[in-house]
Design a protein around this ligand. Structure first.
Ligand code: ADP
Length: 671
């Protein structure tokens, strides 16, 4: 019995000591009757001193402890009641207690475990602090986001306002500019002394450069986005550079500088590229050289860098003996509105836009621009640009053909509201030997067309009372006249051209009017009228095919090239026919099949990707067996480009054949 009691007591002791939290047994009177070691270490009071003392006195709030203690007696237990032990550290605990009874069920005391929650509390406090931190950070981030959004909005608004301003201003500048260029061209056709002709040519060139520049400023966003359209036309490089240099002669003389031209005779006489953009780049560089040079000389060097069968690479260097550019500023000068020093604008003028535009113009043509400079020694800008070679002669591209001039006495109705432009058109048409009648708006034009016959109408687009679009639609639909109509437009946008086509206009010409182009458009239309094709929209290349891919694939093997071209010429016309017919019949499967066969040829024959895109759209609707408003127009565009490709490729075929035959003859001869 005694052994059992001892065992029971040892068992109870080990249970008590197993708790790492302080454990007390307390009599109904609140006196401590037993404790474990954890209680001793937390209170730092010995067992002897603790036993028999008042349990409640060990808490910072004895009354609360007493209340809880009573609650244990009343309810039999209490769980997780928070209290603080009055020890050196004021340990926070959770008070858990339950009564214990004797063998007769009488409550003889309470067992209390006070769980130390210091760490728990610390972690909780840290978590709260971390949460507050996170909330503060989120708030800061939100404020920053709102600020950034506001800044973006302000920046976007600024860009829109800038574009609006530039658009308005450049439109205002462009109208008088068109007259200046137009009348200069008219004057150039009168009898002039050599000097007068030179000066007028210089005025015309400056006007053209200014017009291009105004257009560029208008499209600054376009420039930045790299969406500029480049012409591909044949021009005489040497003459073009001389004319450009000529512009600077007065300034050079005024500043007592020397201007030297070094031109490489190996450069082919006629090249294909964009001469106006080339001028724009060089004028920017030479005018900077003149501007930033006080004494010494400016050298314009033009050198053939590379040449292969169909293209060349030309380097233009503009070297001056001017003020130079500091090394740390060089990387900035090609950025928009950047000048090398803060007082540049005050001392030399300028906006810091010229080099940015020159860089864009060079790079978007596949060229480069670079600079080397030394303060007080001088600067060299170098531009490398690619040009295509041509077999044609430049005269054939730009001059009016004598034979055509025999066509006289055409009756032309010019519909134009601006008096200066009216006068300019009249002068040009008089010069062609045509009869010109003027109408100030669409309404007047319609009255005139009703009252007497005309051969052709030149129609401005934006006019008061009745604009060019409405007038053209009226002419086609109400008067039911098929008279050729050429749109005169100051701002060639794709949207305007689509509208022109939609109302039944036949062609367009952009202002300032190029008289040769106007003449040839009038003659062409009267010879073979037809609606404006979408391939007339501005395109980068004058040709719609480019045989680079084919040449590379066939490794310039003429027989292989001819076979491929012959295959295209054989297969394409029936495919176009099938495409058109199946659209008419709404035979979607055949339409799909025809377009599917045409698509790979675009890439092989170097036809612009846009057409592949159009073909894929047709294919998409055909596969969905779905009609679409624009299907007919897309198919027409594909037909037009493929027909043009056939004409061009037939010419290429004949040319390759001729060259191959000649080569064979030579070989036979030498044998
Ligand atoms: P702008 O000439 O209108 O200021 P640019 O973009 O043409 O703008 O040139 C940017 C800056 O580059 C000029 O302001 C000038 O500081 C520097 N710069 C350009 N060309 C020369 C040069 N030939 N010699 C010295 N500094 C030049």
């Amino acid at each position: 019995m005694e052994t059992k009691r001892i065992q029971g007591s040892q068992y109870a002791r080990s249970l008590i000591e197993a708790s790492l939290d302080p454990l007390f047994t307390i009599s109904p009177e609140g006196k401590i009757t037993d404790i474990n070691n954890a209680s001793i270490s937390i209170t730092e009071v010995t067992r002897e001193k603790l036993i028999g003392t008042n349990f409640f006195d060990y808490f910072t709030e004895p009354d609360k402890a007493r209340e809880i203690y009573k609650q244990v007696f009343a309810e039999g237990f209490v769980a997780d009641f928070p209290l603080t032990i009055r020890d050196g550290k004021l340990t926070d605990v959770l008070f858990n207690g339950s009564v214990y009874k004797d063998e007769y069920g009488k409550v003889i005391g309470v067992v209390v475990v006070a769980r130390d929650i210091t760490d728990h509390k610390r972690i909780e406090a840290e978590l709260v602090e971390a949460k507050e931190h996170a909330e503060r950070a989120t708030k800061i981030a939100q404020v920053a986001k709102i600020k950034a959004e506001k800044a973006t909005q302000i920046a976007e608004n600024a860009v829109i306002s800038k574009q609006q301003f530039l658009s308005n201003m450049s439109h205002e500048i462009r109208t008088p500019m068109n007259s200046i260029i137009g009348f200069t061209k008219v004057m150039l056709k009168t009898s002039l002394t050599a000097k007068q002709k030179e000066y007028l040519t210089a005025i015309k060139m400056s006007g053209e450069v200014l017009t291009v520049l105004v257009n560029d400023i208008l499209d600054l966003a376009k420039v930045d986005a790299g969406k500029m359209i480049f012409e591909q036309k044949a021009f005489k490089m040497d003459a073009s550079i001389s004319a450009m240099i000529h512009l600077f002669e007065p300034k050079i003389q005024e500043k007592n500088l020397q201007l030297i031209k070094k031109y490489d005779p190996k450069i082919p006489k006629v090249l294909v590229g964009d001469p106006v953009r080339l001028h724009q780049i060089l004028i920017n560089l030479v005018s900077n050289a003149v501007k930033f040079t006080i004494q010494g000389k400016i050298t314009v060097g033009v050198r053939l860098l590379n040449s292969d069968e169909d293209k060349v690479s030309v380097e233009f260097t503009i070297t001056d003996t001017g003020i130079g550019i500091a090394e740390d500023k060089i990387e900035y000068i090609f950025q928009n509105f950047q000048q090398a020093t803060s007082n540049t604008s005050r001392l030399y003028g300028g906006t810091g836009l010229g080099l940015a535009i020159a860089k864009q113009l060079a790079e978007q043509q596949g060229g480069t621009i670079s600079v080397k400079s030394k303060i007080a020694k001088g600067t060299t800008f170098s531009v490398v640009l690619p040009f295509k070679k041509t077999r044609g002669n430049v005269e054939s591209v730009t001059e009016i053909k004598e034979a055509d001039l025999k066509i006289k006495g055409l009756k032309v109705l010019v519909v134009e509201d601006i008096a200066l432009n009216q006068l300019l058109m009249k002068t040009l048409l008089d010069d062609f030997g045509f009869d010109c009648e003027l109408a100030g708006n669409g309404k007047i034009a319609i009255e005139k067309l009703k009252s007497k016959p005309f051969d052709i109408v030149l129609m401005d687009l934006h006019m008061p009372e009745m604009n060019g679009f409405d007038a053209s639609r009226y002419i086609r639909e109400n008067i039911d006249s098929q008279i050729p109509i050429i749109a005169l437009t100051a701002d060639v946008t794709t949207t305007d051209l689509k509208k022109c086509k939609a109302v039944g206009m036949n062609d367009y010409i952009s202002k300032p009017i190029d008289e040769n182009l106007l003449y040839s458009k009038i003659i062409d239309l009267l010879k073979k009228p037809g609606l404006i094709n979408d391939d007339d929209l501005p395109v980068i290349s004058a040709k719609c095919t480019d045989l680079t891919y084919l040449i590379n694939r066939t490794k310039s093997n003429p027989q292989l090239m001819m076979d491929m071209i012959a295959l295209y010429l054989e297969q394409t016309p029936p495919l176009i026919g099938s495409m058109k017919q199946s659209l008419l019949d709404k035979d979607w499967d055949s339409l799909y099949a025809a377009v599917h066969k045409i698509i790979p040829s675009f890439h092989i024959m170097g036809i612009h990707n846009d057409f592949e895109g159009i073909a894929k759209k047709v294919q998409e609707y055909a596969s969905k067996q779905q009609q679409h408003d624009e299907l007919q127009q897309w198919v027409l565009q594909l037909e037009n480009v493929c027909s043009r490709a056939c004409i061009e490729l037939e010419e290429e075929y004949n040319l390759i054949k001729k060259q191959t035959d000649e080569r064979k003859e030579n070989i036979t001869f030498s044998c």
